[in-house]
Design a protein around this ligand. Structure first.
Ligand code: SF4
Length: 114
């Protein structure tokens, strides 16, 4: 995300998918994304102006801070869907914490099974 700092992500598939666009050291603006890339939206994220650590908080206060930044992000929807699709386990993506993303995925699974 920092977008997020790919080195912190636990999803190997996500890292591979984004490898071509991966920021050098946690900064989206470190390298412009390819327009056709699945991660092109990252260059428009509000988080590009913040240190990656902001989006990997260790407590609820930190999560709230990250959520606030995500709150008016123009690519929040893409960000959240990307994190859900790639099963990214850590950090705040699209304004959703790890726990919130797990809940979203569970809701979607339940809905798909019914
Ligand atoms: S929603 Fe949050 S984490 Fe995602 S791109 Fe926007 S500011 Fe960054």
């Amino acid at each position: 995300m920092p977008l997020h700092d790919f080195a912190r992500r636990s999803s190997r598939s996500a890292a591979r998918a984004a490898a071509a666009d991966a920021p050098l050291e946690g900064s989206v603006s470190a390298r412009p994304s390819d327009e056709d890339s699945v991660t092109a939206w990252m260059s428009a994220g509000n988080c590009r102006n913040y240190p990656p650590a902001v989006f990997f908080p260790s407590d609820g206060v930190g999560v709230d801070r990250a959520r606030k930044i995500c709150g008016d992000c123009p690519v929040a929807e893409q960000c959240l869907e990307y994190a859900l699709d790639q099963r990214i386990e850590h950090g705040v993506w699209g304004g959703a914490s790890e726990r919130e993303r797990r809940r979203i995925l569970k809701r979607r699974r339940v809905a798909a099974e019914s």
